[in-house]
Write a protein that binds this ligand. Sequence first.
Ligand code: ZN
Ligand code: FE
Length: 259
Amino acid sequence: MVAIIPIPVLADNFIWLIHDGRYAVAVDAGSAEPLLARLEALKLTLSAVLCTHHHADHVGGNAAVAARCPAPVYGPANETIPARTVPLHGGETLTLPGLALSCRALAVPGHTLGHLAYVVETPEETALFCGDTLFAAGCGRVFEGTMAMMWASLSTLRALPETTRVYSGHEYTLSNLRFARVVEPDNAALAAREAAVQALRAAGKPSLPSTLAEERATNPFLRVEVPAVQVAARAHSGLPCETAAETFAALRAWKDGFR
Ligand code: ZN
Ligand code: FE
């Protein structure tokens, strides 16, 4: 059996730990101590670190983890990733050390230029680790790439099987849902999701993972072909919003200024 557990770190980041009771692969070691403590508590041997992108809240623990654990560190080739031993460009298929699970790296530029997502096949599920590209009910800010690049990356992720479970880098779901509800006030699935996530958060539980099916039904950034979303984006931006890419760009700019 393979389990995937969250380690909440920093303000609202997740380190995701994929483990089989003996070996563990960590996704985005943003902070070393909580990860090392969890490995010790669960008596797990760290067999790899997967890095999605170079921001400190995702790789800040790499050096200290690498100093303690002789595990390979995978990460974007064209970004500065501390302690990286295996540079990736996206498009590679790996076998995760220790766990012997298949893992595909996908290039998803936009938030950063080298941003990678990882699709891991466990006996139980297909798991997508998407860092700051796709969030539950939202998406990352476009810092380094272009809006067109980010839209293409989200389209790549949206095309994965709908049962794929989505493991994002941050707990941003409630504030994302607040924006989504303004964009699509009449989406009943969105109202239901907001109630469900409020209950989870009130109980101190993470809102992740979600599924791609849920994201397709409620994430406005994956719904830019839906007429109601286009109408809302057009009304707010004053731009034509005739294509998915234009609507995405208008929606992302709207969210950047949304409080
Ligand atoms: Zn980031
Ligand atoms: Fe981040």
